[in-house]
Design a protein around this ligand. Structure first.
Ligand SMILES: [Fe+2]
Ligand SMILES: [Fe+2]
Length: 177
């Protein structure tokens, strides 16, 4: 095991400098600019997911619509909670959460969808979840030990996206093509 990092005096005096940086200290090991940029992309991704699931919830029609619609609504709520978690972390790191609707789809990894066919909706949702899973997995690996708190937030979100993908696959399997 490595000897304990910095002596107490140095830790204390460093913490006193730059207090306007809030929780971001010299020990912060990631590229802050880049982390904020990536987090704003993730925020946009979640917001687009909220809109897509809401649209699907309100327009789902047909034999299997009831169970699908309740999943859509539940997912919309969870994506919205993810957006809140990410925005809170951006603010905590001293950044500005970007909710600008004009640039939303350009920053989002996943896409909006306005299909009218239920099977098509579910397929698009499954694809969007798979995109979210791939991008969160990549971001988490990139963060590594550089920013463990952001990483933990994203790991928690990733676990939910995996459940979402599983839910969509189950729905898709239950609908005849
Ligand atoms: Fe999400
Ligand atoms: Fe999701």
């Amino acid at each position: 095991m490595k000897e304990f990092l910095t002596d107490v005096e140095t830790l204390r005096s460093r913490a006193r400098e730059n207090i306007e940086k809030g929780p971001v200290t010299d020990a912060y090991g990631a590229d802050l600019e880049r982390v904020l940029y990536v987090l704003n992309q993730a925020l946009a991704t979640e917001l687009v997911c909220v809109l897509r699931y809401k649209r699907h919830y309100f327009t789902a029609q047909g034999l299997n619509a009831l169970s699908a619609a309740s999943e859509f609504l539940q997912h919309a709520g969870e994506e919205s909670a993810h957006a809140d978690q990410i925005a809170a972390r951006i603010t905590q790191l001293g950044g500005d959460p970007d909710f600008n609707p004009e640039t939303l789809t350009g920053r989002s990894h996943s896409e909006y969808d306005a299909s009218s066919d239920l099977r098509e909706m579910i397929k698009e949702d499954l694809i969007a979840e798979r995109i979210a899973i791939a991008s969160y997995t990549e971001i988490i690996a990139w963060l590594g030990e550089g920013d463990p708190t952001t990483r933990r937030v994203l790991e928690e979100i990733l676990a939910t996206e995996e459940e979402h993908a599983e839910d969509m696959l189950t729905l898709l399997d239950g609908i005849p093509s």
